[in-house]
Design a protein around this ligand. Structure first.
Ligand SMILES: [Zn+2]
Length: 191
């Protein structure tokens, strides 16, 4: 089986060297201003110690050397990989099945992005719920208030637990649908 050129690039380069080659200047803690969201006034994107991946602690973006170069120059993953191979003089072969490998690379990236998003969203909901329960402990609603909260809040709580089940569940399709739903409603607080 043909080797995965994207994996070969990860194995044969140091991500931070790639970043510096293309003009980024990581600080001592290996952080730069995020290239995925702007403006990023405080450097929130870090090149991980494994020197293969980076991630942004603010927007959740994640990637490897190829993803970095693709984003920096706004080019496809294949074009970015070819550029790295030439610039770093790597002996990596791109040939007939570039396309299927690129598709797999892109879908892995989407799946990872979806996982990061789901985990963040779930923690956000969990925190909101905990805060809400804490609040209820200190606040004792009257009968009338309980009455008026009624079915609307029950529906909201049902919807919230449905979403949390999707976020923790294993169905990629359901997660993607939820992602689209939240983006569409404008309820998504993700930056
Ligand atoms: Zn970011």
């Amino acid at each position: 089986m043909k080797k995965d050129p994207f994996n070969e690039i990860r194995e044969s380069t140091k991500l931070i060297a790639v970043a510096e080659y293309y003009g980024l200047q990581p600080n001592r803690q290996r952080f730069v201003n995020c290239i995925h969201h702007s403006p990023d006034n405080h450097p929130s994107m870090q090149f991980l110690k494994n020197d293969k991946y980076y991630r942004c602690y603010s927007c959740g973006a994640w990637g490897d050397a190829t993803a970095l170069v693709a984003k920096l120059y706004d080019i496809s993953a294949i074009a970015a990989a070819k550029r790295i191979v030439i610039d770093f003089n790597l002996n990596i072969d791109f040939s007939d099945d570039d396309y299927s490998i690129a598709v797999r690379y892109e879908s892995e990236k989407v799946l990872n992005g979806l996982k990061v998003w789901s985990d963040r969203k779930y923690s956000e909901y969990e925190k909101n719920l905990t805060d809400f329960l804490e609040y209820l402990k200190t606040y004792e609603p009257t009968e009338e208030e309980l009455e008026s909260w009624g079915s609307a809040s029950v529906a909201k709580i049902n919807e919230l637990s449905r979403q949390m089940n999707v976020l923790k569940g294993s169905s990629v399709r359901a997660k993607l649908e939820l992602y689209r739903q939240l983006r569409g409603d404008g309820n998504d607080t993700r930056r």
